[in-house]
Design a binder for this molecule. Structure first.
Ligand code: BT5
Length: 336
């Protein structure tokens, strides 16, 4: 992996290069002239890049005659920080401090022919969205909002498999990093201790002629730290975060992002493997539980029985019939 990671077709980003040098020698001083020499730019250009990084929140200390040093307690999401932990090939990672929606930005990149695996991440989304026009609360500095561009050889009917790969990958990455058990609430939510910590939204562009997928944008939103001003009233009872802000988990979000990508790519490469379904079912929050099926027509009571090979939820209705749901909203019913 080279020091620079930049978008294809764009000039290498000097700020990313400076960050890479600082991160590789974390805790050690590196002089402005050494960085200038290694990156083939002027010392003034290095100084400007450092200034920009500081404005973004990086804690960089400058000592006369010694150079610059990146403080190791930084908890900032960066492309270089993520690349350190990646074991799969990712062609480009773009990190934004704030944006409307990473899915929207990546859709533009998809239309500009960016390659499969391109990633866009934001530390805050002002218009983060869920399914069916719902809002996904995405406040600054506490979450991980990430979108991945995919160009799968899948039929339209198999698009749901992308979401299920991501659900298993996120659940595994959460457990690896926190030791907290993570469950999947069919079809696209990750729960820890009965509260939602992550939502997944896959948006696809379909090729109507071949009934295939042109490209898909997989969006993953994880509540990492408790938001500074708590969750809004509407979701306070259902949403939770993985960690408290005071817990200083060094590099946590970079590690988590990389591990989600590492695990997702493995499942995605074997998207029709039965192991995915087994893992998905093993982590299912709903199976065997009494549920409510919510639809425009109203609420119906049922029991969640199984998930089939097309990731449909098999349910037993109160009249004794069985149904297969391929999308929609369900909630767990508390049985008294
Ligand atoms: C989702 O939709 O949960 C999909 C969320 C996908 C978010 C990612 S972030 C990166 C990418 N860019 C985007 O703009 N989106 C993706 P859904 O299953 O429809 O759930 C939405 C519902 O979850 C809302 O109506 C709330 O009830 C609840 N909710 C909203 N924000 C939440 C949060 N931060 N944590 C937990 N629950 C939340």
């Amino acid at each position: 992996m080279s020091g620079f990671q930049s978008d294809k077709g764009m000039q290498p980003n000097l700020k990313e290069g400076v960050l890479a040098l600082l991160e590789n020698g974390k805790g050690q001083d590196i002089s402005g002239s050494e960085m200038a020499e290694r990156l083939h730019v002027s010392r003034n250009a290095i100084w400007k890049a450092i200034k920009q990084l500081k404005e973004e929140g990086y804690q960089i200390e400058a000592a006369t005659n010694r150079g610059y040093c990146l403080h190791s307690d930084n908890n900032i999401v960066s492309a270089q920080g993520i690349y350190k932990y990646l074991t799969v090939d990712i062609p480009g990672i773009e990190v934004h401090k704030t944006t409307v929606s990473t899915n929207t930005i990546l859709r533009e990149k998809a239309e500009e022919n960016s390659p499969e695996g391109t990633v866009v991440i934001a530390e805050e989304q002002t218009g983060g969205r869920g399914r069916m026009g719902r809002v996904f609360f995405s406040p600054a500095e506490t979450g991980l909002y990430m979108s991945i561009l995919l160009r799968p050889q899948l039929a339209v009917s198999e698009a749901l498999n992308i979401t299920t790969c991501a659900a298993v990958a996120v659940a595994e990455a959460i457990e690896m990093n926190t030791g907290i058990e993570a469950q999947i609430k069919w079809v696209n939510d990750i729960y820890c201790g009965n509260k939602k910590v992550c939502g997944i939204l896959t948006e696809a562009s379909f090729d109507m002629e071949n009934m295939g997928i042109n490209y898909a944008i997989l969006g993953i939103g994880i509540n990492v730290f408790q938001p500074r001003n708590a969750f809004p009233d509407e979701i306070r009872d259902v949403a939770d975060a993985l960690l408290n802000k005071e817990d200083n988990h060094e590099d946590f979000r970079n590690r988590l992002a990389a591990q989600v990508l590492n695990r997702f790519m493995k499942y995605y490469d074997n998207i029709n493997d039965r192991k995915l379904l087994e893992e998905y079912k093993r982590r299912s929050l709903l199976l065997g539980r009494e549920i409510n099926i919510l639809s425009k027509e109203g609420t119906q009571k049922a029991t969640a029985l199984d998930i089939d090979e097309q990731f449909r939820l098999k349910v037993l209705m109160q009249d004794g019939t069985t149904k297969f749901l391929s999308s929609g909203e369900v909630s767990v019913r508390s049985v008294t």
